[in-house]
Ligand binder design. Sequence first.
Ligand code: ATP
Ligand code: MG
Length: 502
Amino acid sequence: MSIDYDLASPGAAELFESLRAFGYDLPTALADIIDNSISAEAKNIWIDMQWDGQGSRVLIRDDGKGMTGDALRQAMKPGSLSPLADRAANDLGRFGLGMKTASISQCRCLTVLSKTKASEPALRRWDLDYIANTGTGEWRLLKKMDLLSAADQALLAPQKSGTILFWDRLDSLVGSAGSDDEVAQKHFRERADAVKHHLSMVFHRFLKGRGSIKIHMNGREIEPWDPFLEDVDFTDPQSAELLVADGEKVEVKPFILPHHSRITADQHQAAAGPKGWNAHQGFYIYRNRRLLVAGDWLGLGMQKEEHFKLARIRIDLANSADLQWQIDVKKSRARPPAALRRDLQRIARTTRARASSIYRHRGKVIQRQLGDKQAFLWTHLIKHGKSFYKINRDHPLVRKVLDGTEERAPLQALFSLIEQTIPAPLIVINNAETPDAFGQPFEGAASELKKAMEAVFDAMVEGGRDKAEAARALLSMEPFNNHPEIVTAFLDEVARAAAAKR
Ligand SMILES: Nc1ncnc2c1ncn2[C@@H]1O[C@H](COP(=O)(O)OP(=O)(O)OP(=O)(O)O)[C@@H](O)[C@H]1O
Ligand SMILES: [Mg+2]
């Protein structure tokens, strides 16, 4: 009987070289390895990036439940488990590929040492150079324990169970640099920093709270980075919505982050995230609490713009939604299913509008918080879904001018003309195109600012306010609140003048 097929197994050396090009970088590759440690119920993960030129290595160790020799052999196969298999609800894996593809994207020699509570340590190694040199195309998985030094083998000894990965021959990270190459060493250190930032973001929900885990990077614990500033009072969390598509539930919860004037400069800088404020606006997609996408408008027809940067929206998915959301092997992409696009667009629009009004008119918020109707010259009104800007008739200076005028009609007409013809569309466009090109109020015009301040102060005093109280009010009034040093100097002046009178 003739056989009607050919066996077409790929050559190991060739396929490995291709698998290297999945597009990982060092931080995303390490995140993929940590996924496995978390799925294996590790409480601690230690990453050590050791610089030594061509002898540089990265070690990733965990105290999870580990693998027996048989399980490790299976785990080392590319495609160790079908992507179609049902996974435990807390499993961060999907494709049966990550450990291999992530590791060999960074190194030419991957060694895994693992033990369970009930089994002796087992070792397996994919050595790309060894495989290429055999010239056979065979998938030879090395397994002799003495491939590792005694010191390396001893690393698991203090633990009851756990796994350690050794990445040797880090060609993409180190190139051909020698151990005394300072530029290469600096690059190595910078990449270690990038890893730290990435992991603190991707795993922030695992690094905090009950049952949290610890990731130690070169001996230091990685702190979580919370994109939503949930611990900061002025963050404005919106209510969560549960969306359902094809029986899969998705929770969506928008957050409006605080205007920068409400938080300290350090908090503001830290909240920016690894790629900066503008880049980190949009949807944050989590799969089993692990972050896949850190700020993206998901192709819903919306752009990232400066004035939406306070909008960050959390989406929580279960791993059963992987196919629906087109999760990729690197766990760095997710696409919403068509059935949810309209809901997500609606939520994005509402959140963006709110974020933009905080960004532009923090006045409204501060006003609410200070309970001071006089603090702002402009007020923002929304009528039938449309925005209007009105001059605040309660502002001390406006009131003084109105009260001091016999014939009010022309003045009211002037106000209304100004209000109705503000070139808002032009301002919006200019601000979107060149957000930093706008001058701040009274920028480079300190003496004008002072004159305006004196006029407002006089108006408040004439309106019956105590001088000290009026002076203090200036500190929370726009735009003087942005120039505390000038206000303080003015307050001193007022105090001195009062003292001289006595
Ligand atoms: N640190 C670890 N501790 C225990 N088991 C592990 C560890 N790392 C990997 N494994 C086992 O090896 C298997 C293969 O891991 P790999 O990352 O290649 O694929 P995956 O996690 O199943 O899916 P994905 O490709 O989506 O990551 C895992 O399913 C797990 O059973
Ligand atoms: Mg995995």
